[in-house]
Design a protein around this ligand. Structure first.
Ligand SMILES: NC(=O)c1ccc[n+]([C@@H]2O[C@H](COP(=O)([O-])OP(=O)(O)OC[C@H]3O[C@@H](n4cnc5c(N)ncnc54)[C@H](O)[C@@H]3O)[C@@H](O)[C@H]2O)c1
Ligand SMILES: [Zn+2]
Length: 371
């Protein structure tokens, strides 16, 4: 097959590109090489030479047309990805993510193409808070914590019915969506536009709600990306990682290799067509634990700095219930965190990492987005 990978110069996209080439597919990459992710390079050095590279923007219909010429399938990963930044660069996020995806579908539904499969990168962020249980009320889906509660440094969630302390549980796909950032809203848009139009026009489409993804090639100097890259950049520069709240908030960290396997499975099987799936491990970890593990892997004696600050829109707990994904596609067990992080460090050890985390934190604080 001939597959178009948008965002194929990025972290996840480059791994997808390599895996597709290895399976004998032909690959085109559409990527604008956004400077915040790539610096001022003309092509990242890890980008596979066997892939056809189209430098172009998903906001530009003609770039899509050029890139779609031979495509049998599209894996749409190009996006602006900074959750905090999306709260003040609003048009930038909506244009690239929501309107970028709208342009793809405008072409797929009006022009003759060969595309007969579309895979979309959605995100766990569309859930808002994860799922919880109350001893008395069973499964509940609380709203975000209020500012008053957070100002009191009271971090855990109370039951919306009785106020008792809730226990976090794995989040299934049918948890009502409650995006809490511009970024998350655009991810929901991408997912809903694609599943709805795919169904209406009979173009099989699958949306993947990636949980926190880590691995080699994740931009270390981009202070708006994932926790591992941000902690890693701080540690590499001899600074303690900044951990918000009390550090006991949990997330689901999944290795990029597992993300790639899920995408390939969906490309090759129609079983999940028309649906949205969690892609996570089902194993929650605290951010404090993650920061400490990284320091250990990097052989550094640096305790994380637990700031007791909070960020607007941050959730307390969310980890994937991966049951649907695993029942639909034949996938190996996820890569254990210790192994994945070791692999990450084999790569990150040799990378340059500018620590821009404090600068980004100051920017968010100036807008009251971190307090
Ligand atoms: N990394 C994660 O933890 C995670 C979690 C959930 C969802 N996702 C989603 O997965 C996808 C890939 O994310 P990633 O972590 O590889 O990020 P990344 O920043 O490494 O890759 C994104 C790529 O898209 C390109 N891009 C951005 N805007 C563009 C535009 N307007 N036109 C063309 N190209 C553009 C960038 O240059 C970059 O190469 C994104 O859609 C993201 O929302 C990632
Ligand atoms: Zn209750």
């Amino acid at each position: 097959m001939n597959i178009l990978v948008t965002g194929g110069a990025g972290f996840i996209g480059s791994h997808v590109t390599d895996a597709l080439l290895q399976r004998g597919h032909q690959v085109s990459v559409l990527d604008a090489l956004v400077p915040q992710v790539h610096g001022d390079v003309t092509t990242p050095r890890y980008l596979a030479r066997a892939a056809e590279f189209v430098r172009g923007d998903v906001r530009d219909e003609n770039a899509w047309r050029r890139a779609l010429t031979h495509a049998d399938a599209v894996i749409h990963l190009a996006a602006e990805v900074g959750v905090g930044q999306s709260m003040y660069e609003i048009t930038r996020y909506v244009d690239a993510n929501t309107f970028g995806t709208a342009r793809l579908w405008q072409i797929l539904t009006h022009e003759k193409t060969r595309v007969h499969k579309v895979l979309i990168a959605s995100s766990m962020s569309i859930y808002g808070e994860g799922a919880y249980e109350c001893a008395q009320h069973g499964r509940v889906t609380p709203a975000l914590r209020g500012v008053e509660q957070l100002r009191a440094r009271d971090w855990e969630l109370p039951c919306p019915h009785c106020g008792a302390m809730l226990t976090p549980v794995l989040t299934p796909e049918d948890k009502p969506l409650a995006p809490t950032s511009t970024y998350a809203i655009t991810k929901r848009d991408q997912e809903e536009l694609s599943l709805t139009l795919g169904r209406a026009y009979d173009i099989p489409c699958v949306a993947f709600r990636f949980f926190n993804t880590y691995g080699s090639r994740q931009a270390l100097s981009n202070p708006y990306t994932g926790a591992i890259a941000m902690f890693g950049a701080r540690l590499k520069n001899g600074h303690p990682p900044l951990v918000y709240e009390d550090g006991k908030q949990t997330r689901d960290f999944i290795h990029v290799g597992d993300i790639v396997r899920a995408l390939l499975a969906a490309l090759e099987s129609p079983r999940g067509d028309g649906r949205a799936f969690n892609v996570g491990t089902g194993q929650p970890r605290t951010l404090l634990d993650i920061a400490q593990q990284l320091a250990r892997v990097m052989d550094l004696d640096l305790e994380p700095h637990v700031t007791q600050q909070f960020r607007a829109g941050d959730i307390r707990h969310c980890a994937a219930d991966p049951t649907q994904l695993r029942a639909t596609y034949d996938l190996p067990p996820p890569i254990p965190f210790e192994q994945g992080v070791g692999e990450w460090w084999d790569w990150a050890e040799r990378e340059m990492a500018a620590d821009r985390v404090l600068q980004a934190n100051t920017e968010l604080a100036a807008r009251q987005l971190v307090r």
